[in-house]
Design a binder for this molecule. Structure first.
Ligand code: MCN
Length: 797
């Protein structure tokens, strides 16, 4: 194989289209469709007494109004609980339209369909819903007291409770190990809510074809195959009669993996019922109050350690705010609980979490999915230990690292995929060495002292993490070479901006020995590939990347078999380069892959130019056997699947230098450095882009973004005027270095990268501010006014 594209910084081929306004996003489609709008609950907790639609009926252009009562069986049922777990004893999901009780502001109550969105909104505004107020339950600890209930039948508001415990090598439980340790610390940490906030909200557009009795649905989703299955089941349609397509998706960051959203069932149902195209696109306020949030935990930590900072026992109790419903199960707190350990080998570990219902927007995974909270907990612990012992913070981390010779390393826990948490590869000491060099860790004290002389406050911080990526169960790839020599690749998972069109083409071009321009890639279209899981858990590169490589290898083998026959050569002597199959060392003996594609088709069409050229090779084929041989399929194409035994574990370390203003308490990030290991890199430029985007979101989570609920469950900052996000001016230049420890678990040796950037940022910034200020940070995000308050509190005992 001589075409080398795997590992090269190929420019993203989708970008020209996307940045010149040529993208096809959901709202670009279905311009003539009817529009849907929703009446949503203005109250956090209330019983619906009555719904009066009479005033809305006079709106010119109104087509239909639906309440829960109007929905047929199946459509009206509660939405599915996607990932059940034995510890989730009280899982609860919402009805697509509220049935009798609303449990958060924004819950859909009535659906309106009209000629256009303006009219639909006008009609929605005239519908009167009578409510009887119930006590809203807001705040994790208030909810955990269980005085008032979110769901009448869920005692204490506890949806799930799970304990995992790993004893020390000496057989001590974590609590015993802590009690026996020379040093013990205990403290409490808070991590506030945030959310994915893709710039394109959710959206669905459905067309019913009455002639064909089939439904085509476009959805801005992270999983078109699962949306398809959900719609087919809810609308009682045969699976082949439903097509779901994710067009260009303007970001997902986790929130669009939930499926089906109420609108993804209701819009297709209305389209089918009305025999008309129907579309709904979410507005920003709807996204704030009706989709999903994440983060939101209170953690209680107790740790025992020795004089060198080695952790002998760690006991963490987590209260996880799950909002009103649990459609995505308890994946988020499970990830926090299990990924908290990061790159460390600690003595004994006990973790316990309770998933608590509150009358707020439901919690489902957002980029990082529980890890930022876990890493915050572990890295705060490392910093606390270092401060207590007067040791360098990197020395304490190094004292606890799993060593390169210890892989595969079993942490003794059960991961989110229900499989053992076994790290496959990594080199944490080398990562740390690289990071210290990149940020200039050892030279920082002199820099800090020099700045202090000029009245400036600088601090340096660090954060380390390990991230389970490439979660199963499977993905597939299909590859077809057509008679024009083009290669058509498809995979079932979807893209939201990660650059899959480029990287999957790189893989196929490398595996098949064809020029990159010859390869096209389709994702998220069930017409092209019907079996898939979706894009989340940084899994596309590992899962679809390997599936596509395996499918290409099948196609390559077949191409060599056919070419060998045409060239009267041994397949083992053949190579493919630049789209041409050649006998190695004999440049004259060659056949274009395009011609091989023609030869693979028993019916060679007279109007295909390449088929005419192929006749010169046809004579070589034996005439005394059937055109389609047993075990062979017509066409130069192949399909394969990749299904790993368990996740692969990427890792990384970040460091930052911050400056805090002594007067205004403003926080500036002066430098930000990342060492990242996602195994073999398919495209280093794309990986860097992913990391930069992740760090930018992490900076938002550390310094700006939070969901401000009042005691009544009203979200006070549900707009981009009030919910602060970092601009380019707030995101530092990010210095990035890659370490490549290949994963032994998959043929390409890769691990995921899509979430990595966001994971340790809050921990790193907290560590740096603490260093600058000499105060203790226990809660993130932190604003200048909060820092100011902390300073005052620390100064006046
Ligand atoms: N990659 C690579 N080499 C590797 C690993 C990854 O070149 N060793 C490339 C991949 O080929 C892919 C990108 O890096 O182009 C990210 O790959 P991967 O880690 O497999 O992540 P996914 O493609 O599965 O994307 C999901 C991940 C998640 S979970 C969230 S959330 C997220 C993210 O990616 N949402 C995003 N990145 C996002 N980026 C954009 N622009 N928009 C989102 O919504």
């Amino acid at each position: 194989m001589t075409t080398k594209l795997f590992g090269e910084p190929v420019q993203r081929r989708e970008d020209r289209r996307l940045i010149t306004g040529q993208g096809r996003y959901l709202d670009d489609l279905g311009q003539g469709a009817l529009a849907a709008a929703f009446v949503r609950s203005p109250h956090a907790h209330a019983r619906i007494r009555d719904i009066d639609v009479s005033a809305a009926l006079d709106v010119d252009g109104l087509v239909a109004i639906y309440t829960w009562e109007d929905l047929p069986e199946r459509v009206r049922d509660p939405l599915p609980l996607l990932i059940p777990h034995p510890a989730l004893t009280h899982g609860r999901t919402a009805y697509p339209l509220a049935r009798d009780v609303v449990r958060h502001v924004g819950e859909p109550v009535v659906m309106v369909v009209a000629r256009d969105r303006y009219l639909a909104e006008d009609a929605a505004g005239l519908i009167e819903v009578g409510y009887e107020f119930l006590k809203p339950v807001v705040g994790i600890e208030e909810a955990a007291n269980g005085v008032h209930l979110v769901h009448e039948d869920v005692p204490g508001n506890v949806g799930a409770h799970l304990v995992q415990e790993v004893p020390s090598a000496q057989g001590l439980g974590a609590r015993e190990a802590i009690d026996a340790a020379p040093h013990v610390l205990s403290f409490r940490l808070d991590f506030e809510r945030s959310a994915s906030m893709p710039l394109e909200g959710r959206g669905v557009y459905a067309r019913w074809d009455a002639d064909d009795a089939s439904l085509r649905v476009y959805s801005s989703t992270q999983t078109s195959t699962s949306v398809r299955m959900a719609i087919a089941a809810k609308l009682a349609l045969p699976l082949p009669s439903v097509e779901v397509i994710a067009p260009d998706v303007g970001g997902g960051f986790g929130v669009k993996i939930v499926h089906p959203w109420p609108e993804e069932v209701l819009v297709p149902w209305a389209a089918m019922l009305l025999g008309r195209e129907v579309k709904w696109t979410e507005d920003r306020r709807e996204h704030f109050i009706s989709s999903a949030h994440e983060r939101g935990q209170v953690q209680h930590v107790r740790v025992g350690f020795d004089g060198e900072g080695r952790v002998l026992g760690l006991d963490v109790t987590i209260l996880h705010d799950h909002g009103a419903y649990t459609p995505y199960g308890i994946i988020v707190p499970i990830i926090t609980a299990t990924q908290l350990l990061g790159p460390y080998r600690i003595g004994a570990y006990r973790v316990e979490f309770s998933s608590i219902y509150t009358n707020t927007v439901q919690v489902t995974p957002y980029r990082g999915a529980g890890r930022p909270q876990g890493v915050f907990c572990m890295e705060r612990t490392m910093d606390r230990i270092a401060a207590h012992l007067g040791l360098d913070r990197t020395a304490v981390r190094a004292a606890n690292f799993i060593q390169p010779g210890e892989f595969p390393y079993d942490q003794g826990l059960i991961f989110q995929d229900g499989r053992p948490l076994i790290y496959d590869s990594g080199d944490y000491p080398e990562s740390l060495r690289m990071l210290k060099e990149l940020i200039g860790w050892d030279g920082f004290p002199a820099m800090k002292a020099e700045a202090a002389e000029r009245g400036r406050r600088l601090g340096i911080g660090i954060g380390c993490y390990v991230e389970g990526t490439g979660v199963g169960p499977y993905e597939g790839g299909h590859v077809q070479v057509t008679s024009d020599g083009r290669v058509h690749v498809s995979t079932g998972l979807t893209s939201q901006g990660q650059g899959h069109e480029t990287v999957f083409a790189q893989i196929a071009a490398t595996e098949l020995g064809v020029p990159l321009e010859k390869v096209s890639v389709v994702t998220g279209d069930t017409r092209r590939f019907g079996y898939a899981v979706g894009t989340f858990a940084s899994r596309a590169a590992v899962m679809s990347g390997n599936a596509i490589a395996l499918a290409c290898r099948k196609v390559r083998d077949k191409a060599l078999r056919i070419a060998a026959e045409a060239l009267e050569a041994d397949p083992r002597d053949l190579e493919i380069e630049d789209g041409v199959v050649r006998v190695a060392g004999h440049p004259g003996a060659s056949i274009p892959l395009a011609t091989v594609a023609v030869l693979s088709n028993p019916l060679r069409y007279a109007f295909d130019e390449e088929a005419q050229r192929a006749t010169q090779f046809s004579g070589a084929a034996s005439m005394d056997r059937p055109p389609v041989q047993e075990g062979e399929e017509p066409g130069l194409e192949g399909r394969d699947y990749y299904s790993p035994i368990r996740s692969t574990f990427a890792s990384g370390m970040h460091a930052a230098i911050v400056e805090t203003d002594p007067d205004t308490a403003e926080i500036h990030i002066l430098r930000y450095a990342v060492v990242h290991d996602c195994g073999r890199l398919i495209n280093p430029m794309i990986v860097e882009g992913q990391i930069h985007g992740g760090v930018a979101q992490g900076v938002g989570g550390a310094l700006y973004e939070r969901m401000v609920y009042d005691a009544h469950g009203q979200l006070l900052n549900a707009s981009f005027m009030d919910f602060l996000m970092p601009y380019a001016t707030e995101v530092p230049f990010i210095e990035t270095a890659h370490l490549e420890t290949p994963s032994p678990l998959n043929p390409l040796g890769i691990k995921g990268a899509g979430e990595a950037g966001v994971i340790p940022v809050s921990a790193v910034i907290a560590s740096a501010i603490e260093d600058a200020e000499g105060i203790t940070i226990e809660r993130m995000p932190i604003s200048p006014s909060e820092l100011h308050e902390l300073r005052s509190r620390t100064a006046s005992p």
